[in-house]
Design a binder for this molecule. Sequence first.
Ligand SMILES: *[C@@H]1O[C@H](CO)[C@@H](O)[C@H](O)[C@H]1NC(C)=O
Ligand SMILES: *[C@@H]1O[C@H](CO)[C@@H](O)[C@H](O)[C@H]1NC(C)=O
Ligand SMILES: *[C@@H]1O[C@H](CO)[C@@H](O)[C@H](O)[C@H]1NC(C)=O
Ligand SMILES: *[C@@H]1O[C@H](CO)[C@@H](O)[C@H](O)[C@H]1NC(C)=O
Ligand SMILES: *[C@@H]1O[C@H](CO)[C@@H](O)[C@H](O)[C@H]1NC(C)=O
Ligand SMILES: *[C@@H]1O[C@H](CO)[C@@H](O)[C@H](O)[C@H]1NC(C)=O
Ligand SMILES: *[C@@H]1O[C@H](CO)[C@@H](O)[C@H](O)[C@H]1NC(C)=O
Ligand SMILES: *[C@@H]1O[C@H](CO)[C@@H](O)[C@H](O)[C@H]1NC(C)=O
Ligand SMILES: *[C@@H]1O[C@H](CO)[C@@H](O)[C@H](O)[C@H]1NC(C)=O
Ligand SMILES: *[C@@H]1O[C@H](CO)[C@@H](O)[C@H](O)[C@H]1NC(C)=O
Length: 369
Amino acid sequence: MARPQQLAQIFQMILTLLSLVVACTAGIDHDDDDLALILKTQRTALTSFFTATNGPQWSDLCTNGWTWDNQTTCEWFGITCTNNLVTSINLANCGLSGTLPSELGQVTSLQDLDVSSNAISGTIPDNGLLNLTNLQLVYLYSNNFSGTLPVGWSTMSSLTDVRLFNNSFTGTLPTSWSMLSYLSTLWLSGNRLSGTLPDAYSALTQLSLFDVGQNGNIVGTLPSSWSSITNLGTVGLQGNQFVGTLPGSWGNLSSLSSLQVDGNHLTGSLPNQWGAQMSNLWQFTASINNLTGTLPESWSQLLFLGSFNVSHNQLSGNLPSTWPAAMNSSMIADALDIRWNCINITIANVTDGYFWANQWIAPQRQGQC
Ligand SMILES: *[C@@H]1O[C@H](CO)[C@@H](O)[C@H](O)[C@H]1NC(C)=O
Ligand SMILES: *[C@@H]1O[C@H](CO)[C@@H](O)[C@H](O)[C@H]1NC(C)=O
Ligand SMILES: *[C@@H]1O[C@H](CO)[C@@H](O)[C@H](O)[C@H]1NC(C)=O
Ligand SMILES: *[C@@H]1O[C@H](CO)[C@@H](O)[C@H](O)[C@H]1NC(C)=O
Ligand SMILES: *[C@@H]1O[C@H](CO)[C@@H](O)[C@H](O)[C@H]1NC(C)=O
Ligand SMILES: *[C@@H]1O[C@H](CO)[C@@H](O)[C@H](O)[C@H]1NC(C)=O
Ligand SMILES: *[C@@H]1O[C@H](CO)[C@@H](O)[C@H](O)[C@H]1NC(C)=O
Ligand SMILES: *[C@@H]1O[C@H](CO)[C@@H](O)[C@H](O)[C@H]1NC(C)=O
Ligand SMILES: *[C@@H]1O[C@H](CO)[C@@H](O)[C@H](O)[C@H]1NC(C)=O
Ligand SMILES: *[C@@H]1O[C@H](CO)[C@@H](O)[C@H](O)[C@H]1NC(C)=O
């Protein structure tokens, strides 16, 4: 069955050898010409980038080299090269404004692009960056970008780390991004995204951080199919319009250490399965929802839980039996906030309250009992 493929590989090798022979006999000038052209292209592209982002107004240090004629592109501030090819642009916090030009897409050797914490506005050039097939890391966070997330990025298969938070992006999460099989960080909080969480992202098995917190308008339920994203460690969904229940199947996310779902419209109870399965859960915050039922006794097994905030829900019953004793140990060391529920606490003389940095603060009975 593999035979045609093997033949094709052998044929490919012969071709490669032949082209090497041709290249050698034809002399090295040819390669030099190619390289010279690439270097010229990347210099021109970066000069366009400098102009489009109001280069003359960048902070002083960051402009070093960019306007001088005594240095190669690779010596300009923020540029890193491998064999004269630009692999990294790091101009975080450099006072960039203006827009991101599509010419940047001609720096095809680029692996890392970090222009975070600037004041760049406008959209991500629609198809302009698609030739950046080596791109792994894109930090555009804390700028003034607007427009939609580029659907076409699904073909930039090297992407591992995409941080676009704190901008003004609108539109939905592109379903096509489920093809980015190496993606490990997708950080989109603090934008104005809407739509739902795509079921298809269940294919992003390398994803370890997913954050769409504080977008305001993401709707729908938490997809139970995401139980297959077994590398998930941090999930931020707070400050949106999610409905439905916390999926029991997410108990399979045994790497999950932080889950924040505060400020949605979630209903139902805290899943019993999570207590037995999410052995790495350190932070769980679900304040300001409509959760009901009791705190499952199984949550006693979450030995690393350090921060638990379910204030402003309709939970009732008792704390899991081991928690009161654990409160003076490492468990729940940071915060236990269960105010505005009907939870029956029987620790010392406290009838309701919350725990913060190993201290009870303002014990009080509040809630909707
Ligand atoms: C290159 O040119 C710039 C601006 O003219 C100057 O400040 C810098 O000292 C020069 N560097 C070298 C190494 O000559
Ligand atoms: C970015 O956008 C915000 C809101 O539109 C605006 O208040 C702010 O001045 C802008 N910042 C810059 C540096 O353009
Ligand atoms: C991408 O590369 C192809 C082939 O080199 C070229 O024809 C095309 O213009 C490039 N696209 C962009 C947007 O730069
Ligand atoms: C995003 O912006 C908000 C509001 O300005 C700020 O509180 C938050 O720290 C920022 N997030 C990050 C990760 O910088
Ligand atoms: C959870 O994981 C188990 C074992 O890996 C698997 O059999 C089961 O189908 C998973 N459940 C869900 C809901 O994904
Ligand atoms: C909880 O449910 C009540 C009654 O349906 C509703 O008025 C309230 O807005 C809900 N709260 C949240 C945070 O969804
Ligand atoms: C925690 O320890 C302090 C001092 O060791 C003690 O006063 C307090 O009662 C303990 N609290 C609980 C909940 O065991
Ligand atoms: C718990 O969440 C509520 C509402 O989001 C917030 O006001 C409170 O400060 C949080 N508690 C702690 C201990 O962080
Ligand atoms: C609160 O818990 C204590 C001890 O578990 C129990 O004796 C008491 O009846 C409970 N109260 C309510 C209202 O559930
Ligand atoms: C509960 O309060 C009473 C009266 O204030 C006090 O005598 C008693 O020691 C307290 N119990 C605990 C366990 O702190």
